[in-house]
Design a protein around this ligand. Sequence first.
Ligand code: AMP
Length: 284
Amino acid sequence: MRLIEQVALIQQACQKAARPLVFVPTMGALHEGHASLFRQARSLAGKEGCVVVSLFLNPKQFNSAQDLALYPQPFEKDKIMCEREGVDVIFHPSAAAFYAPDHSIDVEEVQLSRVLCGASRPGHFKGVTTVLTKMFHLIMPTQAVFGEKDWQQLVIVRRLVRDLNIPVTVIAAPTLREEDGLAMSSRNERLSQSERAVAPMIYQTLEQVREQVQAGERKVALLLEAARKRLESLPGSCVDYFEIREEETLAPLEEILECSKARLFVAIKLGETRLIDNISLSVL
Ligand code: AMP
């Protein structure tokens, strides 16, 4: 496994690397959810191909300096996981090396980025689309793997590569969960014991809504009402959003129709930690 920190070197290495070249962007603080993406990348690349993982805590996608400062960076542990999962190249640039001090170009998606996390974290998705555009140019992957855990990010990345004609295939990987249903996240380790104890209620609530849909309820307002109250009653919680939207366009829905691909999205703060999750409500 090679560790590359310099921008010019990753470009050189990736130009020469075997194809398929499968890229998994991360911010580090790796967990088993990331490992599942690496395994999918390894199997897509095959023995002959190349798996590149970026570990880059991208300051541009944080809209709070405190959130950035609190983000864990266990680099040695991350390296061990990459080695274990058969990653060929780690790209780990410093922010100063990655962004020229006088850089003046950002890449912004202006529709899908306005809702859900984009509404409560202004500038977040501009940071994501900017870093990924640069990463795609440097690495020129044939495929890139993204987790469904960050569903909004996934649809924005698909829009990015479509609208800017970036020649990469976007692959979606399912959300990995703890045994109690909590979606794995680097932020989970910030939860206190009591917050961690109530956190599985988030996924349980999503599942309860799915069960209501399966039982025939189609009205979005009715589906959300009682479930939202349950989330709001969790100790120390603050619900940021709890919404049902069409899963590709992120358009709001009033009713779940047979033909609509509906998805339930939640963002909730437990104490100081903001957690997100989503599940499909499609009735196909
Ligand atoms: P991050 O390091 O949080 O930027 O995440 C890097 C990639 O891992 C993104 O594509 C995430 O969607 C994905 N990811 C994070 N958590 C999970 C999870 N629990 N299951 C599957 N993928 C995940």
